[in-house]
Design a protein around this ligand. Structure first.
Ligand code: PMP
Length: 376
């Protein structure tokens, strides 16, 4: 093979998909692997897309995004406390596109990005592709929180950014005000970006601590957001990136070179999404979260307290096998699929997603309980 970009050499296939595919080979396997809503996209959003298509809004959109959507996003963000103007908003291909544009746009070769783990594997992938260096900061010893000490050890003169994902994938845990204060103290006024991956903020009814709302840090913040989770629109591939105006003017050029623009009719549908309440779905997630936590507690499994997203991250390290072995056996012997913590740089745990029907969840928990009893 003709040599490719050497930055791709260390990239691996997604472990999440690997276990999902294994589960598909087992009859009647309960899938607790997926990180995507089991709900359908709201009817009004689908209708808006169709109307847009029939109005022939099927040509190139502006590189930065449809003006009305940027206005609505700016209003939505300003309402929740992140004051911004439409000029600061870039409509992207999901939060994936926002993260890609942000990281590729800020990193020079060898510059470091602090990624608190457990973490969604995409961050390290993009940093690596961009020629940067992922610096993994294990939060487990500090109860899945961030401390001044841990941050001080991770920061070097080459640090260019830190990624904050709260509520977190895979734990569902939320960073405390103390953790966010520690991040602020460590980076304020330095040439370090704070990349807030807020894709799970919209799934909670509760107002959660949120570093993107810190006014002092504003010049350093790049906010990545997505329509995927709160409106069950994973397949639509629309998200956005918001940052300081001068930064966004430069990142827009990169985005224009990457994708030109997000399709117009998808953006029109997102305007309808912003006007659609996500409350009902958030309530369902909360109910399921409480159910899973109760059942895992009864099984004697511990986990960091999840307050958002749709995952619980259970500790299986005392069971005498690796998390990969556990997940493989759980699929093959009990027909329940979960994802090993190793996929998120945190071995010894399994990620349980509750994006499935109540019946499936009940069945999954019953089978997990039986499996654990058999192990004893
Ligand atoms: N960030 C996190 C933490 C995620 O879990 C995901 C998807 N699972 C994304 C970003 C990407 O989301 P999307 O590209 O669908 O908007």
């Amino acid at each position: 093979m003709i040599p490719l970009n050497q930055n791709l050499n260390t990239l691996k296939r997604s472990g999440i998909r690997l276990y999902t595919n294994l589960a598909k080979t087992v009859e009647d396997c309960v899938m607790l692997t997926l990180g995507e809503p089991d709900f359908d996209t709201p009817e009004e959003v689908k209708a808006a897309a169709l109307t847009s298509i029939f109005q022939n809004r099927t040509h190139y959109a502006p590189n930065q995004g449809v003006e009305l959507l940027r206005q609505e996003v700016a209003a939505f963000e300003t309402f929740r406390g992140f004051e911004c103007t439409p000029e600061q908003v870039l409509i992207t291909v999901g939060a994936t596109g926002a993260l890609f544009t942000a990281l590729l746009g800020i990193l020079n070769p060898g510059e470091e990005v602090i990624i608190p783990t457990p973490a969604f594997p995409l961050y390290a992938t993009i940093v690596t592709v961009a020629g940067g260096k992922p610096v993994l900061l294990d939060t487990k010893p500090d109860g899945f929180q961030l401390t001044a000490d841990a941050l001080a050890k991770a920061i070097t003169p080459k640090t260019k950014a830190i990624v904050i994902n709260s509520p977190n994938n895979p734990t569902g845990a939320v960073l405390s005000q103390e953790s966010l204060a520690a991040v602020k103290a460590a980076v304020l006024g330095k040439d370090i970006f704070v990349i807030c991956d807020n894709v799970y903020q919209g799934l909670s009814e509760e107002k959660l601590p949120d570093l993107s709302l810190d006014a002092d840090l504003k010049p350093q913040i790049l906010l990545c957001q997505s329509f995927s989770k709160p409106w069950a629109m994973t397949g639509w591939r629309v998200g956005y990136l918001v940052g300081e105006k001068d930064v966004m003017e430069r990142l827009l050029l990169l985005h224009a070179a990457e994708v030109a623009a997000v399709p117009t009719f998808l953006q029109d549908a997102c305007v309808a999404a912003l006007a659609t309440s996500t409350r009902e779905m958030a309530q369902v997630y909360q109910r399921r979260r409480e159910f899973v936590c109760r059942r895992l507690g009864q099984m004697g499994l511990s986990f960091p307290e999840p307050k958002g997203a749709f995952y619980v991250f259970a500790d299986i390290s005392h069971l005498g096998m690796t998390d990969e072995e556990f997940c493989t056996r759980l699929i093959k012997e009990a027909a329940v699929a979960t994802v090993p913590g190793s996929c998120f740089d945190c071995p010894g745990y399994i990620r349980i997603s509750y994006c499935c029907s109540d019946d499936a969840l009940q069945k999954g928990m019953d089978r997990l309980e039986d499996f654990l009893k058999k192990l004893k």
